[in-house]
Write a protein that binds this ligand. Structure first.
Ligand code: HEM
Length: 417
């Protein structure tokens, strides 16, 4: 291997590029393809200090260790989000979500969510997933030319989370714009206008959920409808009750966490298969490969690229000393292309058999919805590539200019059987 060429055509940008990397100053090339930058960082500056003093980690082993030490690597963001979010409802939302809290607050909420994601609960949801996917496939088949992300991939998570929270069908169009605005509020270079849009979305979402909960209390739903919401309202078996804000913000978080992540994985996955047509043929010939195939696509184009932690004590990683209070970026996108963990990391092998990717994080904060997400992606992705024998991009698809979440702004395609 020479210095200029790394893996499958990815060029080593070199030590200077790694040293100059700043997560708060990214350009369009980075958003389209961040992997050359990630390789340079992992190779030349795996424990990289950003201009604002935070650390940026890119090795799989370092991320894995951080995820499994939640005492040293805290998820509490009350101090850090204050700087970018100020005293807004956006701040209130993110600092009340379980993902940005440490035990015991985190443990309480996580325990309340667990019944929604048991294998039994998921089996009950599977027929609904198939129903939504089949209906969406019929719709886009009729259209012929359509937007893969908005006309197909986004439909499923919105319907499912809408079902879980018991949101009336006619209101579901409200959910996606709120989720996108609120998650956009997590970007490192948050502009005031973006922050205000995100805070307004939180206010609107909260008002909506207050109304929904009041409705539910007046007219309780029977059966599976609104199951998660009804389980979260009121005390649990030990008599512990979530506060109103915990309830509202964690419902909002559920939608946000499971919506774009899943839709982007389906779209990123189709895009990746179109770039590796031999793998697309392989999947079409052997649909059972969807199980390992989805893991590979989650690894290859992880829809969540970054997580954050804060050190609660002095620490050392890879011989670099860090201080208590330092902020740490965990770069999933880089770890999932680490050649020390994944042979041939920049190629897709849908049959890859040892695939310890970190697309869902790991440790106590590992994605609570990963089984649901996996099921949705398998059924949607396989449904799409098996239904349409011809899939052609029909325009330029640009990536969303956000570092934390990887996905397209839109993805025009033409598809036929
Ligand atoms: C491809 C789809 C998905 C991806 C890539 C993904 C990714 C992640 C990641 C990386 C984390 C860890 C965050 C951290 O450690 O800081 C996480 C947490 C979480 N995810 Fe997902 N997620 C997906 C789908 C879902 C779905 C469908 C749901 C539920 C409807 C969901 C609910 C959650 C929750 C509740 C947490 C917080 C867990 C905790 O803090 O204990 N996710 N997700």
């Amino acid at each position: 291997m020479t210095d200029s060429k790394l893996y499958d055509g990815i060029t080593d940008l070199g030590a200077d590029a790694a040293a100059a990397f700043d997560i708060a100053a990214l350009d369009r090339d980075f958003y389209e393809n961040p992997y050359p930058v990630f390789h340079a960082l992992r190779r030349h500056a795996p424990v990289h200090r950003l201009p604002n003093g935070a650390w940026f980690l890119t090795r799989h082993a370092d991320l894995d260790a951080a995820y499994h030490d939640p005492v040293l690597f805290s998820s509490d963001k009350t101090v850090d989000f204050k700087k970018t979010m100020g005293d807004t409802s956006l701040y209130e939302h993110h600092t009340t979500s379980l993902v940005f809290n440490d035990p015991p607050g985190h443990t309480r909420v996580r325990k309340r969510l667990a019944p929604a994601f048991t294998p039994r609960a998921l089996r009950a949801l599977e027929s609904r997933v198939r129903e939504v996917v089949d209906a969406s496939l019929d719709e886009v088949a009729e259209m012929g030319s359509f937007d893969l992300l908005h006309d197909f991939a986004m439909k499923l998570p919105i319907e499912l989370i809408g079902d879980m929270l018991g949101v009336p069908r006619e209101d579901r169009h409200l959910l996606s714009p709120w989720a996108v605005a609120i998650l956009g509020g997590l970007e490192a270079d948050l502009a005031p206008a973006q922050r205000d849009d995100a805070a307004l979305a939180v206010d609107n979402f909260k008002d909506y959920l207050r109304w929904l909960i009041a409705e539910r209390q007046k007219n309780p739903l029977s059966g599976e409808d609104g199951e998660v919401l009804s389980k979260l309202v009121g005390p649990d078996a030990e008599g512990d009750t979530l506060t109103e804000l915990e309830l509202l913000h964690n419902c909002i978080f559920l939608l946000n966490a499971g919506h774009e992540t899943t839709a982007n994985t389906v779209t990123n996955g189709v895009d990746a298969l179109l770039r590796f047509p031999d793998q697309l043929d392989r999947l079409r010939a052997d649909p059972e490969l969807i199980v390992s195939g989805v893991e590979e696509l989650l690894r290859f184009e992880s829809s969540v690229q970054l997580n954050n932690r804060k050190l609660t004590a002095d620490a050392e990683i890879g011989g670099v000393a860090m201080n208590k209070g330092d902020y740490v970026w965990l770069c999933i996108g880089a770890a999932n292309r680490d050649p020390a963990e994944f042979p041939d990391p920049d190629a897709i092998d849908i049959g890859r058999d040892r695939n310890k990717h970190l697309a869902f994080g790991s440790g106590i904060h590992a994605c609570a919805g990963m089984s649901l997400g996996r099921m949705e992606i398998r059924i949607a992705l396989n449904g799409f590539v098996q239904r349409f024998g011809q899939i052609e991009p029909s325009g330029t698809a640009l990536h969303h200019p956000r570092a934390r979440f990887r996905g397209f702004v839109d993805y025009p395609v033409t598809a036929s059987v």
